[in-house]
Design a protein around this ligand. Structure first.
Ligand SMILES: Cc1cc2nc3c(=O)[nH]c(=O)nc-3n(C[C@H](O)[C@H](O)[C@H](O)COP(=O)(O)OP(=O)(O)OC[C@H]3O[C@@H](n4cnc5c(N)ncnc54)[C@H](O)[C@@H]3O)c2cc1C
Length: 436
């Protein structure tokens, strides 16, 4: 008998779970559902222009764990002069993923169905172990197993205040239409997304001033040439540090010895999830409080040329970055309390603002009909750390799996392709072995 799987969300996570399922079991039929109507690219690889680049070199972005060079080979057939070390446009990556899905759909027409629609509710079918998904247009899809791959749910608020109508979304092309006519831009957040926004505004002819505000007041570090760096040698048992402080000590000591944190993170990466799962809840909280700012800028790096563009803007006094917290934001002014400054909040005027404060992990604040529906039935539970869905294993309840950034609560290191491609394979294997 065929085992039916419905996957909600066709970004990288959902699409790769589908492809792995179809490769590993001829008895599986998959329905892949996505509200944006594209199958493969998701949020990260649907971009307004070619200025939005991958932050990982082309040679490491293959969609399958056993073939990290797969994307580079595909790209080289289309762009013969591309270097394996290039940070290419994310648009290329979106096309690559879309082609992988399209090829599978045409080679397995009876086993892979692509559905454009928004899933709004999910419930168990009474008396059966199967589920029924209802879409916004009231159509229904029944499946033995469901995979929730709804991805990065973007933050929509600043503190308790809604940012809607005040700060724009970084990945919506409409957000950039009038940037060239503006004089001052406020950016909340200083991570990879903030860098994307700055480079896009520059490319579109913005000539004014950027005020960038974030908790740590620092941009991500640049990728260094790995060939020029020593190999990190981690102390035995580093992956069971016991405390967040011990982990930070290892990172600092080894980074000092190597002259860079990059090889230390590279060496740690395969066992970061294991390390995270071994920390107590209190120590995870301590990590998030004390180590997260350091972790974010050292672990999630940007191409060196992007940082030098930012440095040029700073040198020309066109960009100021400050560590602080936005107390209130109105359409033309933000009230910012600077970190370590006892004075009253500072007024920062702006005539265009972007919200780049990263994904929202606090499920109570997410305005997502399906997630609200699942929470109300306790089919998923918010994790205690406010990072996403709490689940002891991949399935939140029997037959309902989660994959993607909402797994940060349980895995921490689960946002990049390298971890997601492994996870997509593991989720597919778990589903196949549970169904046989
Ligand atoms: C801007 C950005 C850039 C990144 N760049 C890199 C990089 O260079 N290298 C790297 O390794 N990693 C990168 N990442 C990390 C990683 O690749 C992505 O986070 C990953 O693509 C996540 O994929 P996903 O499928 O889990 O989520 P998403 O891409 O967010 O896809 C989720 C999909 O689910 C759909 N959906 C949601 N709710 C519903 C619903 N109710 N019904 C139907 N459909 C629904 C959405 O429309 C969306 O298409 C980047 C991430 C971001 C956000």
């Amino acid at each position: 008998m065929t085992h039916s799987v419905a996957i909600i969300g066709a970004g990288f996570s959902g699409s790769l779970t589908a492809l792995n399922l179809l490769t590993s079991s001829p008895r599986t039929s998959v329905t892949l559902i996505d509200s944006r109507g594209t199958f493969g690219p998701g949020l990260a690889y649907t971009v307004p222009s070619d200025r939005f680049k991958l932050n990982v070199r082309a040679k490491a972005m293959g969609a399958f764990p056993n073939d990290p060079e797969g994307f580079f080979r595909w790209l080289k057939e289309r762009e013969p002069f591309v270097s394996p070390d290039a940070f290419v446009s994310r648009r290329w990556y979106g096309i690559y993923l879309q082609e992988l899905v399209r090829e599978k759909a045409s080679s397995h027409p009876d086993a892979l169905r692509l559905v454009h629609g928004e899933a709004t509710t999910l419930e168990r079918i009474p008396g059966r172990t199967a589920f029924r998904i209802t879409l916004a247009d009231s159509s229904v899809i029944d499946a033995d197993t469901v995979v929730l791959a709804i991805g990065n749910l973007m933050r929509r608020s600043v503190g308790a205040q809604s940012a809607l109508g005040v700060l724009r979304a970084p990945y919506d092309p409409v957000s950039y239409q009038d940037v060239a006519q503006r004089e001052s831009i406020l950016i909340l957040g200083s991570s990879l997304t903030a860098v994307d926004v700055i480079l896009e505004c520059e490319g579109r002819g913005f000539l004014g001033h950027y005020s960038v505000i974030s908790r740590n007041g620092r941009f991500p570090l640049p990728h260094e040439d790995a060939a020029g760096l020593p190999q990190a040698s981690l102390p035995p048992g580093w992956e069971n540090p016991g405390t967040a402080l011990n982990l930070l000590r290892t990172l600092r000591t080894e980074s000092r010895r190597c002259g860079s944190s990059q090889p230390v993170f590279d060496a740690m990466r395969p066992r970061i999830q294991q390390m995270w799962q071994g920390l107590s809840l209190d120590q995870k909280r301590a990590f998030l409080r004390h180590a997260r700012p350091f972790w974010e800028i050292h672990r999630h790096r940007i191409p060196a040329e992007h940082l030098s563009s930012i440095e040029k803007l700073r040198a020309a006094k066109r960009l100021a970055i400050m560590a602080g917290r936005i107390e209130r934001v109105s359409p033309n002014e933000a009230l910012v309390s600077r970190r370590k400054s006892p004075g009253p909040p500072e007024r920062i005027p702006f005539d265009l603002g972007f919200l780049c404060a990263g994904p929202e992990g606090d499920l109570a604040r997410i305005d997502h009909p399906l997630l609200k529906n699942l929470l109300s039935q306790q089919l998923v539970q918010p994790g205690p750390l406010g990072l996403g869905i709490g689940a002891a294993a991949r399935a939140t309840v029997p037959g309902l799996y989660v994959i993607g950034p909402l797994q940060r609560e349980t895995l921490w290191e689960i946002t990049a392709v390298r971890e997601l491609r492994d996870e997509a394979q593991r989720v597919a294997h778990s589903i196949v072995s549970a169904s046989t």
